[in-house]
Design a protein. Structure first.
Length: 134
């Protein structure tokens, strides 16, 4: 059976939607422990602030990589994959996914979309993969 998979992702959560050709879908949502982005400024000479920002960015990058790997485990059995969501998380996820050559070959596209309801997620999948409409 051919499996179409969509991943809606931001830094706080990811939803994996799988569908067959008849648009029978399953959804699984993963919560994230990625820290919020630290928006701190600094004045000239405040070396410690820059060091702290770098540590925060590195920690956040590692948290996103761990989160991405957790979500990737749910992609087993996928034949075609689309990643979508707001912001930069989808590209960070794509970079981790591309470490798995077999899954990377199944990636069709990365698209920017806002937060979607469950019904809108299903509609996106139907439209993107040209699945039967209700």
């Amino acid at each position: 059976m051919h499996t179409f998979t969509g991943i809606w992702i931001d830094h706080s959560r990811a939803t994996v939607i799988k569908s067959n050709k008849m648009a029978e879908m399953t959804m699984r949502t993963f919560g994230s422990e990625v820290e919020p982005h630290h928006k701190g400024g600094h004045d000239d000479g405040e070396h410690q602030t820059i060091v702290n920002q770098h540590r925060h960015d590195e920690r956040r990058h590692n948290q996103m990589k761990t989160f991405s790997k957790e979500v990737i485990r749910a992609l087993e059995g996928s034949d075609e994959i689309v990643i979508f969501g707001p912001g930069t998380a989808k590209y960070e996820f794509k970079n981790v996914l591309e470490e798995n050559k077999a899954l990377a070959a199944k990636l069709k596209e990365v698209e920017t979309v806002d937060a979607l309801s469950e019904a809108e997620l299903k509609e996106f999948m139907k439209n993107y993969f040209h699945l039967p409409q209700d």
